[in-house]
Design a protein around this ligand. Structure first.
Ligand code: G16
Length: 546
């Protein structure tokens, strides 16, 4: 494509997707995320960038997902997916931010500069897959992405409404046909098919029961499970609620983020004591389990517990295969409950790495193990298996002793249930159910593995959340001055106290996390730290109450 053709980049912008706001926007924890009304020009420009990225990757397919995941309905967002189905390479985030913020008048020249900077060969073909969540603003934004791709003569392919992990999966399959078929059906075939294989190998034993309630957060994940449900031949009896009907609003008083942060069950169903319930988030990339007891108290089984369940089962299978030489490790963030980290290192004897929030950081760290399990406490995570690990297991499945072969075949099915590209609520749900079934566990048996330290999360609104800087995987705050000293002082008053603060990369807030020996103390510590943030970091609105 000759450089003179870049004129169309400006023409499309001016005519169809003009930049109508001067609010600066940044590629954050999971792409650009803000009020949907401020995003159209940003998404158009990400269509342009996806084409350049595809050409830099020799024409391999790039993904664009339109979603604001756990955020409420008025927000929306956009993120780019790299060829192996992983998040956009971090060095390109700054380029994305630059392109999103230039004026329409400077768009053509900035695009030309970026083409030069990244050395994108404009003669190459470019392919871009586009998916969206169920928000009413998503179709309009997806159209803007298509226009961006067309402006630079790339080939867009629209997937319509899909979960975020489905789009990641399809991108990966398109670039690596050994992974699967790049369609929604291909996803069901591989992931659900492998789960059915496991279920047929494992009879229902012990306390496990096949009924699972699922809170769909009124988003896309529940809708897709409703399709899957019909193909499950009694292996799992899904009772779905919050599917978007009856006026239910996306992520409002329901969904994984609501359940995890508020530590309350979602609306939408009458809870039966001790019933196993799974809660998805709005775009189907996070999963939290919980049950309500006979005193109406909720017990959460969050990302930490899911990671532990998967790690212990994979360790057991590796042992049964005789493949203990494969290095298994776990990756968490500062939000991981202290009790979970102790359990993993002391009981499971599995190494743990702590990294910054954002699956992109966790995924990267997990790749350094033969088998890397990563989960944020909020339920976002998956397992990644190295080529070497897969080869070892495959060889045992073919050549091992009878018992070893059996375990290796089960592990191969387990690998196929996993969406290795990114955290995936549907795939994770089938992994968890496989382990509970294999071990004959009820949700209470699972919860009894260890006890969480009481914790609390709060949000504080400040004038500019960028005044907060952190270090040590976000566990220490380096600015504003005096805030970390104040946090240390507050924490020292509480037995088993721990607290940290960080700026959210998906919402315009500062997040506060605390742990202490009792729930009352954890709540109080969080409120005191929230007040310190409000006072020292320019809080707006009402000062948080104790
Ligand atoms: C996204 C990211 C997660 C992150 C979460 C909250 O989740 O993918 O890794 O934990 O945002 O991030 P922050 O605390 O920076 O707002 P989702 O489910 O919203 O895509």
């Amino acid at each position: 494509m000759p450089p003179s053709s870049l004129r169309v980049v400006y023409a499309f912008a001016r005519e169809m997707h003009p930049k109508t706001t001067d609010v600066f926007i940044q590629y954050g924890t999971a792409g650009f995320r803000t009020k949907a009304s401020l995003l159209e020009h940003v998404v158009y420009r990400m269509g342009l960038l996806a084409v350049l990225r595809s050409r830099v990757k020799n024409g391999r397919t790039i993904g664009i997902m339109i979603t604001a995941s756990h955020n409420l309905e008025p927000d929306n967002g956009v993120k780019l997916v790299d060829p192996d189905g992983e998040m956009l390479e971090q060095s390109w985030e700054e380029i994305a931010t630059r392109l999103a913020n230039v004026s329409d008048n400077d768009l053509e020249s900035t695009t030309a500069e970026i083409i030069k900077q990244v050395n994108s060969d404009m003669a190459l073909k470019a392919s871009v897959y586009i998916g969206m969540d169920t928000r009413y603003t998503s179709p309009r934004l997806a159209a803007a992405a298509v226009h961006g791709v067309m402006a630079l003569k790339g080939t867009p392919k629209e997937f319509g409404i899909v979960t975020t992990p489905m789009l990641h999966f399809c991108v990966k399959c398109r670039n690596d046909n050994t992974y699967g078929t790049p369609t929604e059906e291909g996803y069901y075939e591989k992931i659900v098919g492998a789960f059915k294989n496991i279920s047929q190998k494992l009879p229902v034993v012990g306390n496990y029961n096949t009924t699972l309630y699922v809170d769909g957060a009124n988003g896309v994940g529940g809708k897709k499970l409703n399709i899957i449900k019909k193909s499950l031949d009694g292996e799992l009896d899904l009772v779905l609620f919050n599917l978007g009907g009856n006026g239910g609003k996306l992520n409002l008083n329901c969904g994984a983020d609501f359940v995890k942060v508020s530590q309350k069950p979602p609306v939408g169903i009458e809870h039966v004591p001790f019933q196993r319930v799974a809660s998805l988030d709005g775009d189907g990339d996070r999963l939290i389990y919980y049950y309500v007891d006979d005193k109406n108290e909720i017990h959460l089984l969050d990302g930490d517990q899911i990671a532990i369940l998967l790690a212990s089962y994979i360790t057991e299978l590796l042992k049964s295969c005789g493949a203990q030489e494969l290095r298994l490790g776990l990756v968490q963030t500062a939000y991981a409950n202290g009790a979970s980290t102790r359990y993993i290192t002391q009981e499971l004897k599995v190494p743990v790495t702590c990294v910054k929030t954002g699956v992109k950081h966790l995924h990267h760290a997990a790749l350094s193990y033969d088998i890397g399990i990563y989960f944020e406490a909020n339920g976002h995570g998956t397992v990644v298996y190295s080529k070497e690990a897969k080869n070892v297991v495959r060889k045992i499945a073919e050549e091992g002793e009878a018992e070893q072969r059996k375990a290796a075949q089960l592990l191969l099915n387990f690998i196929d249930v996993t969406n290795e590209t990114v955290g995936d609520a549907i795939s994770d749900l089938f992994l968890v159910e496989s382990v509970l079934r294999a071990r004959g566990l009820d949700v209470r048996d699972w919860a009894a593995l260890y006890r969480d330290v009481p914790c609390r999360q709060l949000k504080v609104t400040v004038q500019d959340r960028n005044v907060i800087s952190t270090t040590d995987a976000e566990r220490q705050c380096t600015s504003p001055e005096g805030l970390q000293t104040k946090i240390n002082e507050l924490v020292s008053k509480y037995p088993s106290g721990r607290s940290f603060v960080r700026a959210s990369g998906t919402e315009d807030v500062v997040r506060v996390y605390s742990e202490a020996d009792t729930q009352e103390s954890a709540d109080k510590l969080a409120a005191e730290v929230a007040q310190a943030v409000f006072d020292l970091a320019g809080g707006v609105g009402d000062r948080p109450e104790l």
